[in-house]
Design a protein around this ligand. Structure first.
Ligand code: TRP
Length: 347
């Protein structure tokens, strides 16, 4: 059995640097290493509709935005299959079968869903589709027999739940499915990038994101306005680097060559942190450096995005081809699933 990747994103907005360091950068690296047999990247529109049922246009418009972000980051359609979730109806069918293997109380314990319910003020009015999306996500992963799911830390409970479903399915119906593993970024700063306001998560609804498609001036404005250590009032004061978003971003983005190029007085990030902790290093200097680092990282992405923006019909062709390829794979799995479940009456 081969090594197969499946991962994806909800098309509810453009992708931001939290997506990038949390998962996109890893996906591109895995793609280019070339030791996976298949890579599927899913634009999860059906999942996006679970909490955007009344906003179909928003979901539709963001299909192309997310596809452009993927291509801009270096997802190569020759090496990876980009697909749109709703174009593969087998995923819905699989979800329906898996629902029999999951209890309501198990869903209620999923910590990511719990947090999201709070964030959306859904407490008293949870749409059933939203409540059950971890089951649908298990269908996404298993339909492609994915062995690896590169994703952010918030997806860990989803993968755990998926593994339980696979385990149960294989026990009851016979070995037809594969248990996936999550692939998290090795750098802990990338696990959960805070927003520019210092809030725990970068998220469109909180309005604290730096988008991959942001123009240089916007990036600069956002970085110069970033939340830092609130007790670091004067330059001489000792500062904290640990919960300081500016330093967390540097942990996530900076490379040795950035110091050589933009801040040669410091050999590396440890030296810069030590100076800040001692006192005598101002926020503006650190932010200017961070701006240089992020501008350097995002420039090629933004430029590639602009090239693809000129070729939108070609992007739709890539998506169409990806959906077709993905559907064939999912059809094959569903054939096996129906056989295992003894619902293949006319075979
Ligand atoms: N839940 C993911 C997100 O919010 C999107 C997603 C849908 C996904 N299906 C998936 C991620 C399967 C990994 C694997 O971004």
């Amino acid at each position: 059995m081969g090594k197969i990747i499946l991962t994806g994103d909800r098309p509810t907005g453009r992708l931001h640097v939290g997506h990038y360091v949390g998962s996109l950068r890893e996906r591109v690296a895995l793609q280019n290493q070339g030791d996976y047999d298949k890579i599927f990247i899913m634009i999860a529109d059906a999942q996006a509709l679970t909490d955007n049922a009344e906003n179909p246009q928003k979901v539709r418009d963001n299909i192309i935005e997310v596809a452009l972000d993927y291509l801009a980051c270096g997802i190569d359609p020759e090496k990876s299959t980009i697909l749109i979730q709703s174009m593969i109806p087998e995923l819905t069918e699989l979800t329906f079968y898996y629902m029999n293997l999951v209890t309501v109380s198990r869903l209620q314990r999923n910590p990511t869903v719990k947090t999201e319910i709070k964030m959306r003020n859904f407490e008293a009015n949870i749409p059933v589709g939203f409540f059950t999306y971890p089951i649908s996500q298990a269908a996404d992963i298993t339909a492609f027999k994915a062995t690896h799911v590169p994703a952010g830390e918030d997806q860990k409970p989803m993968i755990e739940q998926c593994r339980e479903i696979v385990h149960k399915f294989n026990n009851v119906y016979g070995e037809a499915l594969v248990e996936p593993n999550i692939v998290l970024p090795k750098n802990s700063a990338c696990l959960r990038l805070p927003g520019i306001d210092g809030k725990a998560k970068m998220s469109k609804s909180l309005g604290n994101c730096i988008y991959l498609s942001d123009e240089p001036e916007d990036i600069k404005k956002k970085i110069m306005s970033m939340f830092t250590d609130p007790n670091h009032l004067r330059i001489e004061d000792p500062g904290e680097t640990e919960n300081n978003p500016v330093f967390i971003y540097l942990d996530a983005f900076s490379k040795p060559e950035h110091f050589e190029e933009f801040l040669p007085d410091y050999a590396n990030l440890d030296e810069l942190k030590a100076h800040y902790q001692r006192g005598g290093l101002g926020d503006v200097k650190v932010k200017k450096f961070l701006n240089n680092v992020i501008q350097t990282e995002l420039r090629p992405i933004r430029e590639r995005r602009k090239e693809w923006e000129q070729k939108v019909p070609e992007v739709y062709e890539i998506l169409k081809k990806g959906c077709k390829e993905a559907k064939q794979v999912a059809e094959k799995t569903l054939y096996e699933v129906r056989e295992a479940m003894k619902i293949n009456y006319f075979e």
